[in-house]
Ligand binder design. Sequence first.
Ligand SMILES: Cc1cc2nc3c(=O)[nH]c(=O)nc-3n(C[C@H](O)[C@H](O)[C@H](O)COP(=O)(O)O)c2cc1C
Length: 182
Amino acid sequence: MYKVLAFAGSLRKDSINKKLLNALKANAPENLEIEIFDIANIPLYNSDTEAENFPEVVKQLKEKITAADGVLIVTPEYNWSVPGVVKNVIDWASRPYGQSVWGKKCLAITGATSGWQGTVRSQTMLKSILQMMGAYVMPEPELLVSHFDDNFDREGNPNQETAQKLTEFMAGISDWISHFKR
Ligand SMILES: Cc1cc2nc3c(=O)[nH]c(=O)nc-3n(C[C@H](O)[C@H](O)[C@H](O)COP(=O)(O)O)c2cc1C
């Protein structure tokens, strides 16, 4: 079994990225244990807070990432880039200095949009940030979910063709982690 800590990069309750994450979990192979972490309570990064009162919720997140074999981020694209809430999580989990959880951590990134470009720019930038922080970012398979409403029903269930892509993506995560666990 491999443990994967996963979070969606959107705070809104009806988020299509939260729905995609749930669908990915439902299509994961049996050897992946997916735990979904809600980032809604992560405060905005502030070095005063870090020095004076390191947030308990960030400590918990860091412990969960450290204990996990991999991390899955399912993120929207905001203005051709990574949403602030996602970068905020990455920044917190890189602190205190020298105690980042991202080094040598297996990472998988995907995302959904109602538009047509499938979060490609957000994913590309996020991959670059995490690679520079020493994470092992899964290069393939890529999963770019565009036109979300055409491919998922209102409850967030994918159509058959999309479900197949989700299954391949999740199998890819298992395969990617296995390269580092031999
Ligand atoms: C501030 C903002 C910027 C956005 N910029 C983009 C963008 O650059 N590319 C894109 O495909 N969608 C963009 N969108 C649309 C989002 O893909 C859409 O709102 C999506 O539903 C957000 O994900 P969520 O449902 O998980 O919250 C933007 C939305 C917001 C609120």
